[in-house]
Structure formats: C-alpha cells, structure tokens
Design a protein around this ligand. Sequence first.
Ligand code: ZN
Length: 330
Amino acid sequence: MQPSTLVYRTENYSFDEVLAQSVAHRRLSRLATARLLFRGHWDVIELNEPTMVKVWPSLVIYIASARLGAFIRRSRTEIVCYAIDNADVSACLLSRKHVPRFISKWVMRRLIRRYDRVAFGTQGARQAYAEYDTHLDRHVDTAVIEQLPSVCDCGNVDDYRRPSVLFVSSLERRKGISELMAAWDDLRYEGAYLTIIGKGPLEPEVSAWAASRADVSLVIDPPRAAVHEALRSHKVVSLLSQPQDCWREQVGLPIVEGLSHGCLVVASEETGVASWLSEHGHFVVRRGASKAEIADKLRSALDSDRSPKSITDQLPHRHMRVAADDWLRG
Ligand SMILES: [Zn+2]
C-alpha cells in the first residue's frame, strides 16, 4: 500500500513483527497518539472502523485531536477507514450490556459521520452499516471495493480436479466444521473425498469422525506450502461459518485463499462476500440450513464442470485491499 506511518497501541497474537518492520511504525499510548494527530501535518488519517465498542473512547479522542489540529493550522486532514465488519453492534450491546438499540445506533451514526471517506471491503459490511445510518452517503464519501484476492502464484493450477472438498480453518464451532461433518455424512457422493486441515478445540471430535470414514483425511497444522498445495488440488473449498455471541464472519480467509487457487466455494451466508459469491457461480448456504440442504450445495459444487481458470479469471489483477487504499488516499 502507499507509504504511511503505522501507529498502534498493543500487540495481539496476530501482530506480524516482520511485516511491521517493513513500514514506519510506532507503538504509542492513547495520549501520545492524540498528540501526534494534533501536531502532525497529516493529509490522510486512517482509523479503526467504529464497530469495535472498546475503541469508541479512542476514536472520539483521535478524531477531535486531528480536527482541532487541522483547524488551528488551517490545513485539511481527511479521516478515513476501511470497514469489513458486518456484525450487528446494537444487537450485541443490547444482549450483553442491555444498551437500548436507539442509543447504540445513535452513537454509531455520530461516529461514522465524523469520517470523510469509508471504503467497505464487502457488500455485507455496507448493508450492516446502513442499519445504523440509512443516510450515510449524504454525509460520508463511501465505496464498496469487494475484498477479493488476485491469483496465487505458488504453482501451476491443474485444470482437472477430482471431486474433492477442502476445509482449511481452525477446528472450532464458529467455523462450521460440525455442519460440514453432518452434511458430509448425508452426502454419499461416489468417489468424492474430504480433506480437513487445521487445529483447534474440536480436534478430538473431528479426529474420531475422520478415522471412522475412509473418504476423509485430517491433517493437523501443516506448513503453509502444504496448505497451498491442497488448495491447488481440491475442487471445492467449504467454510460454513456460524454466528457466535457478537462475532460474525467478515470475509473468511479460506474463501479468499480458495478463490485465489481456482476452487469453487461453498460458504454460509454469514460472510460479507456472500452476494459476490452467489453472483459469480459459487454456492451460498442460508442461515439455519439443514444438513440435507448443505449436502445439496456440496453436491452441486462437486458436479460442476467449471474449470479452475474460469474461477480465477473473475478475480482482479491485484488484491483489492490495495485498490481500497488508493481510493481512501483520494
Ligand atoms: Zn498458493
């Protein structure tokens, strides 16, 4: 993406130290960040999207500091964000903290309208934000730049693939592994096989089930190269994510990686790219679908005569997060 300074407060388990070294980065407290935004001459400031309730106080402080600094200097600073969250924040606050919906929606509306530009990474995120603010477009410059990958260049993509399904994600309930196992029991597709790659809390259950079936293999946490090899050789990638507490699948890395290797996708409608998938010949399972309905979708995908190339031909030439970055910088 375009050169920038990365400012962050804490490091979580997915913080990539090596990647951070490749850009200018600073770890600052909330107060030091506010000071930096107030004093610096910033053309564009990209902040978190406002759906994370715990960052609300920070956002208020940062936006106020940036706006005040720009006002005093009589300069122009654009405040932007990249939004992919499609969960219902007000439903979550109601169930967890008993905050009435009209209050959380009011806060969300007030916050989101303080941005100059918002790039939505999925159609699902755009729809979720419309729930807080039906007139968002009147106040904020918005665009939907669907978060699609470009083709992975890890190796040759075979044109013919045996009828096979790949699950590659963590073995936990919210990633829909239980739904996939139930549907696979229901499917009975002659000659088809299922490969499960991952690790997680449901490992004992998945392992026992896989051992009981000749057409299922389980690979625990293999190296990345082996994952890419599996993506190149399987016909279908399935991710049946289920909503859990206040979590909802935003995009789903297995979906993105499957597409970039020419796989057909069978996904639940929780992913923000569900409408793109439906419109481009993939298979979307509705919320609450029975195992027979899911098995039907898997069967249709396995029956499909689409070539991997026809799938990768629908992808952009560069990752769309980069395209969104360009758009956000104006
Ligand atoms: Zn690859």
